[in-house]
Write a protein that binds this ligand. Sequence first.
Ligand SMILES: [Zn+2]
Ligand SMILES: [Zn+2]
Length: 264
Amino acid sequence: MQRRCVVRQINDHIYLLDDDKQATGYLVIGKNKAAVIDTMNGVEDLYAIVRELTDKELIVINTHGHPDHIMGNIFFDKAYLHPADFELAKQFCSDPSFIERCKNWNLKMPAFEPMSAGDIFDLGGLTLEVYECPGHTSGSVLLLLKEDRILFTGDAINHHIWLQLEDCSPLPEIVNTLQSLLFLEEKADYVLHGHTWDKEDIGIMRAMMNGIQEVIDGKTTDDVKYEWFGSDDAVMHVYQIDDGRTYLQEHHAVIYKRSQDKRV
Ligand SMILES: [Zn+2]
Ligand SMILES: [Zn+2]
């Protein structure tokens, strides 16, 4: 049977897991343990796919509680999630079609283990540090792979950032949060986010923050209606990358709600 999930090697111990171009997870293999960062939609047996790549003890870490990142948790015994997203995740897990799918697999969602800022996952020779980055969801986290200077960001820092959803934080709050995390530019060279095919320069964090600030400042004359998901009044604001570095995406965009209160 043709698999949905395409595995792509990033370096000798990181694999990108692409779930039918709908979501991206990662496998990071240390000397003692391996981390699965996001498990995607849970439509095929991710445990079996991961086991073809490593026999190390596994730790599952969710960058946030959205279904395209956590549904594959059902193939594992335990998964970490920031408690601020527990309720959100619970809502998605009570979706009848998901319950039906679990029944067919004879599997269930494991209980979430809490994690928070400052937590460290020691994989043996590789360390993942947890940073909180509320915005896209309240419990979104960034994971810094210190030795490789790579930041796993899920949807919290993403070339196409969704801030139009019901649970997203107000835009000024998100800018403040990103501002407080800019020191990570000194610790990471690249971002691997939750809907991608390759690394992006760490400069995306600052560029995205500036893009959100442009929306707050009302520089929105070129913004267009965003039809795809989330809200009737969702709008897309394309921002420019102007630091001279090369990016993979043709354009970067902030999706937000036209009606959202953008005052500080
Ligand atoms: Zn998300
Ligand atoms: Zn996502």
